[in-house]
Design a protein around this ligand. Structure first.
Ligand code: TYD
Ligand code: MG
Length: 418
């Protein structure tokens, strides 16, 4: 029996929405627009969905504002009004960037505003097809007493805008900074509120930029876009493998080409290792673009299972081009690069490598071997060293020889590094 108090509480429950059969719910059509950048459209799942909210995160200086402004220009060229809310820069600075990008569109409205309520009001009155908020960290709302930039402020301000965008069917780009440590100071708390989360990566010293979908309610998160930052903004890179291998040294020890998968797309990248005599009691292990813990493990496997002496050597690893690689298929290329540098012998210039390495030195199969092989062949490589397990059921790929290896020892023998 419910107590009187419980009955009272139940009475105050608001009118619930009436459930209806799922089959009677109209699926609704998603209206998509091109952002003018084919690569961006692809990561979005085939264009910008009307009424969707997209969070774009990345390090300062990576190109978030440039990307957003270029998308604004393309939408304006289709006759769609867009609103650019500049919280970090002045409208004059945005204009300067637009000039640099060669944008002469009339359809882009710009405003320097940081009050979330004022932005919501502007969006409601100007009714643009899309709005860019650059950046969400600069917004503040009068609803909270806390300082601008605090997590609460960012969350409340974004919630207000997401509500307006959804209610009016306006596409919304929220730009957020990630700190170097990877904690999106604030914006990470927004991930569950938005439809799509895109992260822009690359290192400032290189022109190549990778845009990844970390979440997408309107498409796959398996897509990545590759751009190049040039004098007049971002351009699409249609052959990422060639771009990532452009500066590869020939016949240099320590350089291995990995046939990697970036989402659903095969990309060849160069893994570089430098092994040099250490003067330290605890030799240095530095990894850029690959997980340092994984590298430490692979170094231990090389020592123990293949007798490559590394305990008194510094080991530096780098993924050329500023890409970061998370897939275990990189293991074999890391091992090959380290062994090559340790032995002072270059790998055959026409070969690529991929595969996962286990703790006993065994080489484990990885997915989509054929796609990787085809990309290697397309880029002119003639030889591929891959897990023996990945050879099973693999059709012959023209122009490239696939050599299966079962252990790290096998790998070193095949590459003449034993
Ligand atoms: P920006 O879009 O301002 O980065 P974010 O908004 O992520 O902080 O771009 C930053 C860098 O890009 C800056 O160093 C200048 C450079 N850049 C170019 O090289 N070419 C260009 O056409 C533009 C607009 C910027
Ligand atoms: Mg910016």
């Amino acid at each position: 029996m419910p107590t009187a108090r419980e009955r009272g509480r139940r009475a105050s429950v608001p009118q619930a929405a009436a459930p209806r059969p799922l089959a009677s719910v109209a699926a609704g059509e998603t209206i998509r627009r091109s952002t003018g950048l084919g690569e961006l459209d692809r990561v979005l799942g085939g264009g910008l969905v009307q009424g969707s909210v997209v969070l774009v995160g990345g390090d300062p200086g990576i190109g978030k504002s440039t990307l957003a402004l270029q998308a604004c220009g393309a939408l304006a060229r289709q006759g769609l009004p867009v609103l650019y809310v500049a919280g970090e820069e002045s409208p004059e600075q945005v204009r300067l960037r637009a000039d640099r990008l060669g944008m002469a569109e009339d359809g882009v409205l710009v405003v320097g505003e940081t009050s979330a309520e004022a932005v919501a009001e502007l969006v409601a009155t100007t009714r643009p097809a899309a709005v860019v908020v650059d950046s969400v960290q600069t917004l503040h709302t009068a609803a909270l007493g806390s300082a601008p930039g605090s997590v609460g402020q960012v969350r409340e301000s974004a919630a207000l805008l997401v509500g307006v965008a959804k209610a009016q069917g306006i596409a919304c780009f929220l730009i957020g900074h990630v700190t170097k440590e990877g904690t999106l100071a604030g914006p990470r708390v927004l991930e569950h509120m938005v439809d799509t989360v895109l992260y822009f990566e690359g290192d400032g010293a290189h022109a190549l930029r990778v845009l990844r979908a970390a979440k997408n309610r309107f498409g796959s998160t398996n897509e990545v876009a590759v751009f190049e930052m040039g004098e007049a903004g971002l351009t699409e890179v249609t052959n990422p493998s060639a771009a990532f291998l452009a500066e590869r040294p020939v016949d240099a020890p320590g350089s291995a080409v990995l046939a990697s998968l970036e989402g659903s797309r095969p990309v060849l990248v160069e893994i570089q290792a430098l092994v040099s005599r250490s003067g330290l009691a605890l030799p240095r292990r530095t990894a850029i673009g690959v997980d340092a813990g994984r590298v430490a493990l692979l170094i231990a496997v090389l020592e123990k299972r293949a007798r490559v002496q590394l305990y008194d050597q510094d080991v530096f690893l780098n993924v050329a081009g500023g890409l970061s690689i998370g897939e275990p298929a990189a293991d074999l290329a890391i091992v090959a690069a380290v062994a090559s540098s340790a032995r002072g012998r270059p790998l055959p210039g026409d070969s690529v490598v991929f595969g996962e390495v286990g703790l006993t030195g065994e080489v484990r199969a990885v997915g989509r071997a054929e796609v990787r092989l085809r990309e290697a062949a397309r880029q002119g490589f003639r030889r591929c060293v891959l897990p023996a397990g990945s050879l099973r059921g693999l059709g012959r790929v023209p122009d490239v020889d696939a050599e299966g290896v079962a252990s790290v020892g096998d790998l070193l023998r095949v590459l003449e590094l034993a």
